[in-house]
Design a protein around this ligand. Structure first.
Ligand code: SF4
Length: 170
């Protein structure tokens, strides 16, 4: 996220309560996990790629992935040093069940980049269709920036009277 994209936090919070979202994204993630299991690549779970600043890596996610993540983990991330995913703690991912697609598909193993790209492109239309079905605006945002916006706006929306419907994202 570049600071200019305004995340649809209100819609994400609303969708996070949807059983249809839980079932649909759960199915999608199981599909991704099966593809990973059959890929021959292996994640040794060292967490190097979760330290984005050190690794020189950025993770991007879509709106439905954020809504599913909020459903499982809440909108307020733990405090963490700048540049590292706040869910990487004491050497492990503490949000493994709800982690987004990029976390599932990414391997630091040489030769995996092409496979990863092909997998994501094959999933893309399914992901977009899922947004349409759930009535959630499709956005593709940088993970750490998205988490910051989620936490800030969710905090504001939790204030009394703040959940008055308003048009558009924000
Ligand atoms: S959600 Fe988990 S796997 Fe993904 S970047 Fe954060 S710590 Fe790493």
């Amino acid at each position: 996220m570049n600071g200019q994209t305004s995340l649809c936090v209100r819609e994400i919070l609303s969708a996070s309560g949807s059983r249809e979202l839980a079932a649909s994204v759960g199915r999608l993630y199981r599909h991704v996990d099966r593809a990973v299991a059959g890929s021959g690549f292996q994640c040794s779970n060292r967490g190097l790629c979760c330290d984005f600043g050190q690794y020189g890596h950025k993770l991007f996610v879509t709106t439905v992935e954020l809504a599913y993540f909020v459903r499982g983990q809440g909108a307020q991330a733990p405090n963490t040093p700048v540049g590292r995913c706040p869910y990487h703690q004491e050497g492990v991912c503490v949000a493994r069940r709800h982690r987004p697609i990029g976390c599932r598909l990414f391997f630091c193993q040489p030769g995996s980049a092409d496979w990863q790209e092909r997998q994501y492109q094959a999933l893309r239309s399914r992901i977009i269709a899922l947004h349409e079905r759930l009535g959630l605006p499709y956005m593709y945002v940088e993970w750490l920036g998205g988490l910051v916006q989620l936490a800030e706006k969710a905090g504001l929306l939790a204030e009394p009277g703040a959940l008055t419907p308003k048009p558009g994202c924000g």
